[in-house]
Write a protein that binds this ligand. Structure first.
Ligand code: DLL
Length: 436
C-alpha cells in the first residue's frame, strides 16, 4: 500500500535531520555487523586500528578503509557474506570487464528493502496500478530484470516480463497489451525506436507514457531523442549490483538530478586520493549500504563519477540528489594526455541533427601516439546527397567533438545499420591498442 497519492513510503519525505540520525544509527549497526561476521572486515579494521566503537560521529566513517571491486573478486564467491548460507534466498552476479564476476546475495529482508526502493522510484515517476509495465532487460543474473519486475508488481501494475531481444515481437506486444511504461537500457530503447520505424510504426503512436532508462551512461541529448520519438517522459535510473541493483537513485518528475535513498545508503564523494571532495565538486561516488544483512560493504568505491546537487526539490522528497553519472573511472580514455569519457562523445553526437542514433569509439596506436576514431552512423536521408555534403557533415562532427573534448579525433561516417546494436548495455569503445 502506498503511503499517499504522491509517495510510496513515508521515509521519502522524512525531515533531513531525521534522515541523518537514522543514517548514523544504521551506519554504526552495519559497521558492527561487518566486523562481527565477516573475517575480511575484522582484519581490515584491526589493521587500520579502528574498532566499531570508535565510530562516534558521522565524520568518523573516514577511519574505515575503502572496499573495492577487487575485494569482491578476491573473495569470490561468498567470502564477504555476513550471514550463513541458509539465510540467503537469492544471488545475482555482475561480470564487468575482467576477472571473476562479483556475486551479491540477499536475505529476505534485503529483498524487501530493495524492492521497496525500486517501487519508490517507479511510483515517483507516476507508475500506478492502471499501468502496463513492459520490462525489457535481462531476467537472469542481471539485477535489472527481477529488481524492476517485483517492484512493478508490488505497485500493482500489470507486468509484461519481456526480457531482451526479439524486438519486433516486443513492439507488437506493446501495441496489443497497451503498454504504458517501458524499462530498458537507453541503447536498447534507441534500437526499439529504429525497429518500430522499420515496421512502419511511428514510435509515438505506441501509447507509451513513461520510460525508465539506465544501467549505462546516457546523455540529456539522448533523453531528448527518446522523448521526441516515443512521446514519453524518460527518467534516468541508477544502481549497481553491489548495492542491491537498480533503485539506488532515480530521477523524479523534475528530471533534474537523481534522488538517492539516504535512509539505505551512506553517500560520500571522494577525490582521486580518496579524500572528501569539496561541497558540490565532482568525484567518485562511495556508498555504504546501511540495511544490507547479507553483504554489508563498507565505503564501497563505485567507480562512478558524479556530484551532489544542493537543491531542494519541488517534488517534496528530502533525499539528496546526485547529478546523472558523468562517467566511470574505468571507462576513461586517455588520449595524448587528455581524459575523455565516452559519455562526453555521446553528448556531442546526439545534439547534431544529421547524426543517427548509433556510434562507436575506436582507439588505436600509431607509433607512440594514441588515435581516437569516432564512427558515426548518419541518417538515411543524408546519404542521398553529394559526397561534398557528407564531408561537410564529417567536418562539422569533428569540430563539435574538438570543442567539447579539446582533442582532434578522426571521424568516419557510416551508413545506418552498420554498427552493432545492443539489447543490454552498449559496448561503445573498441580498444585496438594492444593489437597494433
Ligand atoms: O546496471 C543495475 C541497474 C539495472 C541499474 C537496471 C539501472 C537499471 P551492474 O550491472 O552491476 O548493475 O552495473 C552497475 O552500471 O556502477 C554504473 O557504472 C553503471 N550504471 C548503472 N546505472 C547507470 C546510469 C546495474 N543511470 C554499473 N547512468 C554502475 C550511468 C550507470 N551509469
Amino acid at each position: 500500500m502506498p503511503y499517499s497519492d504522491k509517495y510510496w513510503q513515508k521515509e521519502e519525505v522524512m525531515p533531513p535531520k531525521e534522515i541523518e540520525e537514522l543514517q548514523f544509527k544504521r551506519l554504526k549497526w552495519v559497521i558492527r555487523h561487518a566486523y562481527d561476521n565477516v573475517p575480511f572486515y575484522r582484519q581490515r579494521l584491526k589493521k587500520a586500528g579502528v574498532h566499531p566503537d570508535d565510530i562516534k560521529r558521522r565524520e568518523d566513517i573516514a577511519k574505515i578503509p575503502f572496499t573495492t571491486k577487487e575485494h569482491l573478486r578476491e573473495n569470490y564467491p561468498f567470502g564477504l557474506f555476513a550471514v550463513p548460507k541458509e539465510k540467503i534466498i537469492r544471488i545475482h552476479t555482475s561480470s564487468g570487464t575482467s576477472g571473476k564476476p562479483k556475486v551479491v546475495g540477499y536475505t529476505r529482508s534485503d529483498l524487501e528493502n530493495w524492492i521497496n526502493m525500486v517501487a519508490r522510484c517507479l511510483y515517483m515517476v507516476g507508475v500506478r496500478e492502471r499501468d502496463v509495465f513492459q520490462n525489457m532487460v535481462s531476467y537472469t543474473f542481471f539485477t535489472g530484470g527481477l529488481g524492476f519486475h517485483y517492484a512493478a508488481e508490488l505497485i500493482g501494475a500489470m507486468v509484461v516480463p519481456a526480457g531482451t531481444g526479439n524486438t519486433e515481437r516486443q513492439i507488437r506486444y506493446m501495441l496489443d497489451f497497451g503498454t504504458t511504461v517501458i524499462h530498458a537500457t537507453p541503447s536498447y530503447a534507441m534500437h526499439i525506436k529504429e525497429v518500430a520505424e522499420a515496421m512502419g510504426i511511428k514510435p509515438d503512436e505506441i501509447g507509451l507514457k513513461i520510460g525508465c532508462f539506465g544501467a549505462e551512461p546516457w546523455s540529456d541529448n539522448t533523453r531528448k531523442r527518446l522523448e521526441d520519438a516515443f512521446g514519453l517522459k524518460a527518467y534516468d535510473s541508477y544502481g549497481l549490483s553491489e548495492m542491491n541493483g537498480p533503485g539506488v537513485a532515480f530521477e523524479c518528475e523534475e528530471q533534474n538530478g537523481l534522488h538517492i535513498w539516504a535512509d539505505h545508503y551512506f553517500i560520500e564523494i571522494v577525490d582521486e586520493e580518496g579524500n572528501p571532495a569539496a561541497e558540490g565538486e565532482k568525484g567518485e561516488l562511495v556508498l555504504t549500504p546501511l540495511t544490507k544483512e547479507a553483504l554489508p560493504l563498507l565505503r564501497y568505491k563505485t567507480g562512478d563519477i558524479t556530484f551532489i546537487m544542493d537543491d531542494e526539490c519541488s517534488c517534496g522528497r528530502t533525499h539528496p540528489k546526485i547529478h546523472r553519472i558523468l562517467g566511470r573511472a574505468d571507462d576513461m580514455i586517455v588520449v595524448r594526455g587528455i581524459n575523455v569519457f565516452p559519455s562526453q562523445i555521446e553528448h556531442v553526437l546526439m545534439q547534431i541533427p544529421e547524426v543517427g542514433d548509433h556510434f562507436q569509439v575506436v582507439i588505436t596506436r600509431r607509433g607512440s601516439l594514441d588515435e581516437l576514431t569516432v564512427r558515426v552512423e548518419v541518417r538515411d536521408e543524408i546519404f542521398t546527397g553529394e559526397l561534398a555534403d557528407l564531408d561537410k557533415i564529417r567536418q562539422k562532427v569533428q569540430r563539435e567533438l574538438q570543442k567539447e573534448l579539446g582533442l582532434r579525433t578522426n571521424v568516419e561516417l557510416v551508413e545506418k545499420g552498420t554498427l552493432e546494436r545492443f539489447v543490454g548495455k552498449a559496448k561503445r569503445v573498441l580498444d585496438l591498442r594492444e593489437e597494433v
